[in-house]
Design a protein around this ligand. Structure first.
Ligand code: OAD
Length: 252
């Protein structure tokens, strides 16, 4: 056994490929790390993470919006435009291919994402469960009716309906509940999976961070894909210590 990391990675990829070939129920959880190679900043990665530059408590909470709806919506519209300008990367594309391969042999495949950037869908993944909402789905703060977004950047902050109601981004803010349908879909898929991937997430935000433990408790094999260690690293069955855009294409 060499201690060359690339040999270890290759061996682990071969092992996981074997599990994937036999899996009948696959669940994948992704975090912002899978979009890092699409040049969308993560949240907690040292200096280039979003939270290094902005204080989430001042921007990603209902109280922040109530206090300064212009600031909060300007920040989210800037992020929305960056997401629209970004392109899916080989990690996103490989997951869409994985879904096709599993479905082709009659297996079930569920992609759960904490990301709000829409890149999985643009890469061809279908039935994506957006646990934390979507940065391109804005809604009325009181009526929750959908707000029609301009193709380019907004020009009025906060965006406002004709009758004066403000619109907000359709993302989950700190202190808010996750969409009930997304949570139900997540637990339903995890209950019956035999292979669970946690990819590009620091595994610190619940309930998503707890999904890998539930899958493991149900007897599923669990795999982490992340260049860095996380609280999940010591409990999963296989660790691919690599970027998603490098490891995932080698799995499908
Ligand atoms: P974080 O920024 O907390 O973690 C990003 C993870 O991606 C880290 O573990 C990195 O090591 C890893 N990573 C970086 N580049 C990668 C790459 N190329 N391939 C694979 N992994 C890579 O982002 P999340 O875990 O997604 O919540 O954060 C979870 C939630 O916290 C977000 O959904 C957001 C935030 O508050 C809400 O907005 C409600």
């Amino acid at each position: 056994m060499t201690d060359d990391p690339s040999d270890t990675l290759s061996a682990e990829i071969a092992r996981v490929r074997g599990w994937l070939a036999d899996a009948t129920g696959v669940v994948v959880l992704t975090g912002s790390g899978i979009s890092a190679e699409s040049r969308i900043p993560t949240f907690r990665d040292n200096m280039e993470g979003l939270w290094a530059e902005f204080d989430p408590q001042k921007l990603a909470t209902p109280e922040a919006f109530d206090a300064d709806p212009e600031l909060v919506t300007r920040w989210y519209d800037m992020r929305r435009v960056k997401c629209l300008e970004a392109e899916p990367n080989p990690g996103h594309t490989a997951l869409a291919e994985m879904q096709r391969q599993v479905a082709a042999r009659g297996g079930s495949f569920t992609l759960l994402t904490q990301n709000v950037d829409g890149l999985h869908q643009r890469a061809g993944s279908t039935g994506v469960v957006e646990l934390h909402g979507s940065i391109t789905a804005w809604r009325g703060v009181r009526t929750a009716r959908p707000f029609d977004l301009p193709h380019g950047p907004m020009d009025v902050f906060p965006p406002t309906f004709d009758d004066g109601e403000f619109a907000r981004p359709g993302v989950v803010w700190f202190g808010e509940n996750l969409p009930e349908d997304a949570i139900a879909a997540a637990y339903g898929a995890i209950e019956s999976c035999d292979l669970f991937f946690t990819i590009g997430t620091s595994s610190v935000v619940y309930p998503a961070a707890g999904f890998v433990d539930i899958a493991s408790a149900r007897g599923a094999k669990t795999v982490e894909i992340n260049p860095a260690a996380t609280p999940a690293t010591t409990s999963v069955d296989a660790v691919l210590a690599a970027k998603a855009g490098e490891a995932l294409p080698r799995l499908v």
